[in-house]
Ligand binder design. Structure first.
Ligand code: ATP
Length: 341
């Protein structure tokens, strides 16, 4: 019997609840400090306690997962806490394509894939001396916006970078990727691609609430000017977004060209959930600044299904449950190798 496992953070509750709804045994790898939280939920069958998530690569942890025929569902915490090499060397099967996770963590690979998919990507700025317009400086990997900042010119960039070095958040320029800042309505587009039937499903959209850039927007400009602190884009929460229906054709075509590009550049492609992240500008053009090659935490708002998933399924279908359903289907057709790596 196949079981479903994940790390205790990010969207673990959604993933394991969805797995239980589809009839799977559920396993959570949890840091000891979070045990109390996760013991509250009856749909978690087994908790493997660790001091650090890095232990998932240890023999002890991997053999528990092996005995349970587990498939590990990767999410943002796995990417944030382990290097690409560590993830790639796990022997536990990983849902989706573990090789594409490296393309998510590395900003240049990421840009390459977005351009291959012909997404409209804001320009990156290689050298701080070249900053001509407002840019956002971002850290590599899934840092969730922490330590990201805006700069309008080189001097402002240097000043903020130095403050972050002092605070121990970054070590230098090499930790930062600069991209033109786009203004408009931010949207995180959640998709699921199934290689079993070669079908793309648009699952939902969300927006993020980021501290303290949102806090800054709530105070008058005069007070903003007096704040001598580097603002951050630290994600605190997500809330639902429903798009104008006229935007949906483009949403599907962006998702489909992303699937094609991923199949071309990172075999076997983008299987399972992914997210295209960007900004609708004043002409409703979508500028893509980022993608996630796995389930995003923004899907947590749709544990009972989203306005879009309810158009596709007659039962409440969360992304976690959709993943479990894909595993169930692959398992019964003896095709687990098609949906995991
Ligand atoms: P994730 O948690 O999705 O992996 P991340 O750490 O890779 O996130 P981004 O999603 O690229 O970071 O950026 C974090 C935030 O910074 C975004 O939610 C958005 O508010 C802002 N942002 C990033 N790039 C741009 C841009 N080019 N223009 C405007 N805002 C941007």
């Amino acid at each position: 019997m196949t079981s479903i496992a994940t790390l205790g953070s990010h969207c673990a509750l959604q993933v394991l609840k969805g797995a239980k709804d589809e009839g799977f045994k559920t396993i959570l790898i949890s840091e000891k400090k979070r045990e109390n939280l996760y013991r509250r939920f009856g749909f978690i069958d087994e908790i493997v306690l660790v001091d650090s998530f890095l232990e998932i690569a240890d023999k002890k942890c991997e053999s528990i997962l092996e005995q349970n025929n587990s498939i590990l569902i990767p999410h943002g915490t796995l990417i944030a806490q382990m290097s690409s090499e560590q993830i790639e060397s796990l022997t536990t099967p990983i849902f989706g394509n573990k090789w594409i996770l490296r393309w998510e963590s590395d900003r240049s690979l990421k840009e390459k894939l977005m351009l291959e998919a012909e997404l409209d990507v804001p320009k990156s700025v290689r050298d701080p001396k070249q900053i001509k317009k407002l840019v956002i400086a971002k850290r590599h990997g899934a840092a969730g916006g922490k330590g990201y900042f805006l700069a309008a010119n080189e001097a402002e960039y240097n000043d903020k970078r130095d403050k972050l070095i002092k605070e121990g958040i970054i070590t230098g320029d090499k930790d930062l990727y600069l991209q033109e800042y786009v203004t408009g309505v931010l949207a995180y587009l959640q998709y699921f691609y199934s290689p079993l039937n070669d079908k793309l499903e648009f699952f939902g959209a969300d927006k993020r609430h980021e501290s303290d850039i949102e806090g800054l927007a709530r105070i008058p400009a005069q007070q903003q000017m007096e704040i001598d602190q580097v603002q951050s884009f630290n994600v605190i929460a997500n809330s639902p977004l429903v798009l104008r229906e006229s935007l949906l054709p483009q949403v599907y075509s962006m998702g489909e060209s992303f699937v094609k590009a991923a199949q071309k550049l990172v075999s076997p492609g983008i299987n399972g959930p992914f997210c295209i992240e960007g900004v609708y500008d004043a002409d409703a053009n979508f500028k893509t600044f980022e993608f996630s090659a796995r389930i995003v935490a923004g899907t947590n708002i749709y544990m009972e299904g989203s306005p879009y998933s309810s158009l596709l399924y007659d039962v409440p279908m969360s992304m976690g449950r959709r993943i479990a359903r894909e595993i169930k289907k692959a398992d019964s057709a003896n095709q687990l190798d098609k949906i995991s790596t």
